[in-house]
Design a protein around this ligand. Sequence first.
Ligand code: IMP
Ligand code: ZN
Length: 382
Amino acid sequence: MATISGPSAAALHSLSPSDVDFLQSLPKAELHAHLNGCIPLQTLTDLTEHLTLPADTTDEIAATVARLKSGLTLNDVSEFFPLFSAIYAITSTPSALGRVTRDVLDSFLKAESNPPPGFAYTPAPECSYLELRTTPRATAQMSRYTYLTTVLDEIEKFSADQAALIVSIDRRMSDADARECVDLAIALRAAGRRVVGLDLCGDPGKGDIATFEKHFKRGKDAGLGLTLHIAEVCGNTTAESLALLDWRPDRLGHATFLSDEHKALFFADLLQPGSVPSPATESNSRRNGAYKPCIEICLSSNLLSRTVQSLESHHIQYYLANDHPISICTDDTLPFRTTLLAEYAQLLAKPPLGLGLGREQVKRIAAMGMEARFVQGRVEVK
Ligand code: IMP
Ligand code: ZN
């Protein structure tokens, strides 16, 4: 059962049953969901109760789970990333990771047995297609290879047109760690496993992106789609964003702090002769000859982590006004207490709870998300 509250829950509550039916009937793709950020609260609680955890971690874990249960309030995005150290202590064995992956996949792809408390709609799957992303972690109980195959074993229980994996590289990783993760992603894909892309994620205030360029290039050359968290906080410089765009990502996560002037510049003029994206990815990010990487929009995540003050001032407005491809995503359903349906509700709900878009426009936005999947136009993977 999903636990939702906050802005997306308010938007969903305000919709008529017919609007909810409409949103549920749309084929939707969830393209930006972090595995450890999307653990259902009930799964986390169960695991916490049944796992034997190192004594020195139990207080921190109990405190984090209690915060997540009571509903998180963040004063700043920097308070968000430390939450994961407690979650990671819970998902550090193959069996816990397998259970979590199963439950996350089910939460997106299977109709819930009950709607969330207080919501009277008929349960339906949150989306038709899920590109789940996760950062391979080596722990005392598993290698990065075991981490990835454990996750893939669960993903591949669904068909290729329902679920696939994006391997995340954390900005805090060393060159050697990033190399190992990308090597694994490439090797698993070559072995027929369902790895479709690479992501750059992690605390946007940390790391030097120059470390990762060669690894993302290798991944791209091996046919993996690229998505990069970019300009997520105001401290991310224009120079950094320009450098990331130079890798020709297919999709961008957030892209909150690109100025309108830079957006116009980046997305109109980037395609120079000789810098054409690889054939594997070009259908995803080119439109009418211009470079138009799909922007993964995470409304609740941005509002609750306070990188955006209101829907009215959200950068989605620019992308809608400029007919730039976007995809609506949840980012982390656990801390942000949302679902994909509730994120879509914020498109349809009347201001100030939502953007007040018409059904035709919402339908088109859902279609843009489906078009930005990494599986399209690629070699068939298992
Ligand atoms: P995991 O990759 O499955 O372990 O999911 C959690 C990880 O995703 C976190 O440790 C972060 O590195 C990353 N993550 C989650 N949300 C965000 C975000 O909004 N921006 C950047 N990284 C994020
Ligand atoms: Zn993210």
